[in-house]
Design a protein around this ligand. Structure first.
Ligand code: FES
Ligand SMILES: [Fe+2]
Length: 426
């Protein structure tokens, strides 16, 4: 099979003259990273309204396979039923008991442990053991409440409202990356959750820049080159960058070497690269020629979040008797703890109300793009009527004026005016 020469041939022309960051290269306010009002807007307008990537199909292959995920103060259950993967609100229709606590598993029936109502894998209420309501009760109307669910490129998406922006439009050029890395066919061989005592956006910043590799990650720095990297200019609600793997190595792992065959469609020019692509708001992909990482950051409060990390490999490799992902996992599990310490300490630093936003470099363009996108989505007056959608995690009806959020919106509107030139490569 002939490989394309580079991902640059498969995506739109790069605008090398784009403005330098939407804030002119300055970080954002104390309120933007720590404020209750900003957090409330993020939960209602972004997490409560948009299509959110939540899982990978390889974890839900068989009938009855399920996974759960907490989003804000709610929880969703994904289960493979008779018509494919479907999401539900993860609570019992009787008195609201949280139906499933386990992160993953396989069951053909879901039994509520409070009064023993039983649901099948299609969310239908099968029996009411113990509650003796058959004489006036319609089981058909008391199945689990479904959540809108779609699958694209092997990624499962849910939307908690009826007015989510169009999913395919939002994904923009993501498919170009998903297809060459065979994302829909990969196998998730390891998943791990990490609690982090920091605002979720500080984690999104951290995992989207490599400037800190030399100081924070000696293993990663040995194998990847933070200085041979560049930012993509991508269409859709996605952002991304590329980074080189140093000569002499062929895998981003503890040893830097892998016996795995590079995936068949990865372009020649990307065999020695990581392509870092984020589906906004919160899912970072690390696409490499021999494996793919998916790393979510899920907000819990203004100062806490959790990171869910998947490691996926090609099925031709996982089928081999000597397959092992330990070398890859060892590198990232260590790097993750190194990162969360930096995020937590950054959160403690800018929790000071007297924090003055600092200057960002060209190498921090993606984090500025993420903040600009969040600021636009949460600006005063943006998407009027967007709040309070069905299932919105935290959505009080009132819309109090928020002076700090306003100033972020003003910064967003001022996009690029005080800016210098951007660059697609650095
Ligand atoms: S809350 Fe589930 S059976 Fe009562
Ligand atoms: Fe890091």
């Amino acid at each position: 099979m002939t490989r394309a020469s580079s991902m640059f041939d498969l995506i739109s022309d790069q605008d090398e003259d784009r403005p330098y960051f939407e804030t002119g290269g300055i970080g954002r306010s104390h309120e933007f990273y720590t404020g209750e009002e900003q957090f409330r807007r993020e939960m209602s307008r972004i997490y409560g309204r948009r299509w959110l990537p939540v899982d990978h199909v390889s974890r839900l292959k068989e009938k009855g396979a399920y996974s759960t995920l907490n989003i804000g103060s709610g929880s969703i259950l994904l289960i493979h039923g008779d018509n494919g993967i479907q999401g539900y609100h993860n609570y019992c229709r009787h008195r609201g008991y949280k139906l499933v606590e386990e992160a993953t598993g396989k069951r053909q029936s879901l039994v509520c442990l409070y009064h023993c109502w039983v649901y099948d894998r299609n969310g239908k209420l099968k029996s009411l053991n113990g509650t003796y309501m058959d004489h006036f009760f319609d089981k058909e109307k008391n199945g689990l409440l479904p959540v809108r669910t779609e699958v694209r490129f092997g990624v499962v998406f849910v939307a908690l409202s009826d007015d989510a922006p169009d999913l395919d439009e939002s994904l923009g050029e993501f498919g170009a990356f998903a297809e060459v890395y065979d994302l829909a066919d990969l196998e998730c061989v390891e998943a791990k959750d990490y609690p982090v005592a920091s605002n979720w956006k500080l984690v999104a910043h951290n995992v989207n820049e490599s400037l800190h590799f030399p100081t924070a990650h000696k293993d990663l720095h040995r194998i990847t080159d933070f200085d041979d990297a560049g930012t993509y200019d991508l269409e859709g609600d996605i952002v991304g960058a590329w980074q080189s793997i140093r000569t002499g190595y062929n895998s981003v792992s503890m040893s830097g070497r892998s016996p795995r065959t590079p995936m068949p469609n990865v372009p020649e020019g990307d065999l020695q690269k990581i392509n870092w692509i984020t589906i906004l708001p919160n899912l970072l992909f690390g696409f490499t020629a021999d494996y793919v990482m998916m790393q979510w950051v899920w907000p819990e409060s203004p100062g806490t979040c959790f990171v869910r990390h998947f490691w996926l490999f090609h099925p031709t490799e996982t089928a081999k008797s000597d397959f092992s992902h330990e070398d890859v996992f060892a590198l990232w599990d260590k790097a993750n703890y190194e990162d969360w310490e930096m995020c937590e300490r950054t959160h403690r630093g800018l929790s000071n109300p007297l924090w003055v936003p600092g200057q960002l470099s060209y190498d921090e363009e993606v984090m500025a793009q993420i903040d600009a996108w969040v600021a636009r989505e949460t600006a005063e007056g943006a998407e009027a009527g967007a709040e309070g959608g069905a299932g919105t995690p935290d959505a009080p009806a009132a819309e109090p004026a928020g002076a700090s959020a306003d100033s972020e919106a003003a910064a967003a509107e001022d996009g690029g005016k005080a800016a210098g030139p951007g660059k697609a490569e650095r």
